[in-house]
Write a new protein. Structure first.
Length: 266
């Protein structure tokens, strides 16, 4: 089913790079009115300029997902300026590269704040206007790690698992009221996610994972996300052969547990 995003207000977090940037360009080609958020002004301005070249209106709203006080303020700014949000894409987040035994609880809390709670806050802010209008689409970018745990990603996997519980519940409550919800589970996508992942010290990992390096492009991922949205899927898996791990866990758990200890985690 082809859905028109022309003149729709589309708010994307984590829009300055990776999947968020690719989604911004994909929606720009559809004629959407874009609201782009991240922490980096210069990168957001670069993405916004490209979106305008593609024929779209594009505005930036600076937002650090780790700072809870900024979230409601940013949402109020967006709603005051645009009146409503047609599509909210909770894409921004951080990954992790550290084992449980060496990871301080502050790192777990930071990842949960960025990857889970930030999206919940923004969702709750834009939802009332969606319900009033009887339509809206909320997209949560999770991960296949939201379907199973994996070494060096305990807090990241926990946050992504939480995303599924929250957004599946939201869909169950509101899909009859015109609210579409789509949970996206990317596998390996060639982005800087491993470079920016945080270690036990809270510092950036700074290394490109072998698996990440061989992943699908962010542009292909963005196309698949929009395809899943158009089909009104509640959950979509996007990637290469690593997606099979989701099905192994579900249908052949003994094979999953055998393989998961052999797959190189970094």
């Amino acid at each position: 089913m082809k859905v028109s995003y022309k003149d729709k207000n589309v708010w994307i977090t984590g829009a300055s790079s990776g999947i968020g940037e690719a989604l911004a360009y994909a929606f720009a080609r559809e004629g959407a009115r874009l609201i782009l958020s991240s922490r980096r002004t210069d990168e957001l301005e670069r993405v916004a300029a490209r979106c305008r070249e593609l024929g779209s209106e594009a505005s930036i709203v600076l937002l650090d997902l780790a700072v809870s006080s900024q979230l409601e303020k940013a949402a109020d700014e967006v709603l005051a300026t645009f009146g409503h949000v047609d599509v909210l894409v909770n894409n921004g987040g951080i990954s992790q590269r550290s084992i449980v035994a060496e990871t301080p609880i502050d790192v777990d809390r930071r990842i949960m704040e960025v990857d889970y709670f930030s999206g919940v806050v923004l969702t709750k802010k834009v939802l009332p206007a969606m319900l009033q209008r009887g339509k809206g689409h909320i997209v949560a970018v999770s991960s296949i790690t939201g379907k199973f745990g994996f070494s060096y990603r305990s807090a990241y996997a926990a946050a992504k698992h939480a995303i599924h519980g929250f957004y599946e519940s939201l869909w169950a409550e509101e899909h009859r009221n015109g609210i579409d919800v789509t949970i996206i589970c990317p596998g390996r996508v060639h982005t800087n996610v491993s470079l920016n992942a945080i270690t036990k010290t809270g510092e950036a990992y700074g290394i490109m994972d072998h698996g990440q390096d061989g992943g699908i492009s962010s542009e292909q991922c963005a196309r698949e996300i929009i395809k899943a949205m158009n089909a009104k899927k509640v959950e979509a898996y996007i990637g290469g052969r690593e997606i099979l791990m989701v099905y192994f866990k579900r249908y052949i758990p003994w094979l999953f547990y055998k393989l998961v200890t052999k797959v190189k985690p970094t």
